[in-house]
Design a protein around this ligand. Sequence first.
Ligand SMILES: [Zn+2]
Length: 231
Amino acid sequence: MKTGMACLLIETDQGLVLVDTGLGLDDYANPSWMTRLFRMITIMPFDPNEAAVNRIMQLGNKPGDIRHIILTHMHFDHISGLADFPHAKVHVYRREYEAFTGGKIRQFTDFAYLQRYIAHQPGFICYENVDTKWYGFEAIRLPFAPEIYFIPLPGHSRGHCGIAIRTAGGWLFHAGDAGAVYNNETPAWLIKLVLGPHDPGLRAFMKEHPEVLVSNSHMPPEFFTQHPFVD
Ligand SMILES: [Zn+2]
């Protein structure tokens, strides 16, 4: 199955905010062992034109315009591009930051934590206190307008979060790697093993709330032409 790697670009009161970075330029030039392995088991796009920094420049922005990056989690394919935005503050759920920096392998997906991607020592802002609810989910409000929330959905990684974003057309709930809700080919046990326990709940949420658009990180690229929610 063809997959993509979704990064979101959001216009906020504090300028452009990027959600996840995808693979960075250095990974295209000099792939990590994990990137090489991942390319063997999935059909992942591997065209540097698709790197977030290049897509952002193709849209007429400069890399320095990205002042803030929000991470769903810190697996290699979501943070590899951090170094392409060295001046951005990086917003992350503290449990995820500690799992990444703690250096202990507690579950097999922890092998996707590779320290090389933060060698440039980005400025992290960690969040730990769940302070509100969003559609019944525990949530952490991030300091941006429009409203953006971390929705902790641990499992795929120890501090994995979905991101809820208020858009002009309604809510976008980017569930990151916590589900495979547009994929009906992969068996449920495999989804649970790799992505964690939230997939059935996310599918139920989508039925209950068709007004909320739910996305995942690795979806067929066609999703974005079917849902041009960016405005
Ligand atoms: Zn992941």
